[in-house]
Design a protein around this ligand. Sequence first.
Ligand SMILES: [Fe+2]
Length: 257
Amino acid sequence: MIDLHCHLLPDWDDGPDTWEEVDRMIALAAEDGIEAICITPHYLRFSRHGNDPDTLRSKFEEFFERYKEEKRISFYRGAEVFIHPDIIKHIKMESLGLNGSEYVFVEFPSDQVPAGTKDLFYRMMLDGLTPVISHPERNTVFGGQPELLYDLVCRGCLAQVTAMSLTGEFGAVVYKRAELFLKNNLVQFIATDAHDSQKRKPVLSKAVKVAAALTGKEKAGAMVDDIPLAILNNEIIPDWGSPLRPDKARKKFFFKK
Ligand SMILES: [Fe+2]
């Protein structure tokens, strides 16, 4: 399995504090059957070092040096970039795509989808980038108006569902959104978004079982294998179904005559 979303750089964001914790996370991931991890530190949010690109670069260098003998898992460089009017400049200057590809994680505030998102994504695509929305099921606006996500995915962006959302570990509301998005082909792959070895672990297998029950074993497998692999290789992702417009989650009003 491939995990494209994992906070594994120590002392950079709200992920692990120490190398010992990184060791524990890697051990858990390997035990779960994860063979590749794209390391995705927060960028433009949660950084303890003011998003300093030189610090980020040296942390990645230290990571790759430290784990060059690691046989169980291969590591790739990525980022999770907070939505920002200047996002394209940062992505290009700091090469923030997943494994240097055109695919870039875009993180939203948990309670907003900024008004200019559609235009911003259009500009990103004109610049050769494909926005990948991090865990839309954890966003209250996408949750209440799934047609917004449908619209963005129809326009060419991708979206990632978090493993713990599918296992119900973020609660029933988030689970229901994850289920809806999965069944409507609005999310294309599953990732852990792990932050530590205790509460936000790098574990995919449990979510794959849930996804298999919802969408079939083959597609669930592709969501942690063929699809993330295509992204790492900067290829067009395999087609596992066109986005379906979700029923509007609106209240219906009945008027008495
Ligand atoms: Fe994340």
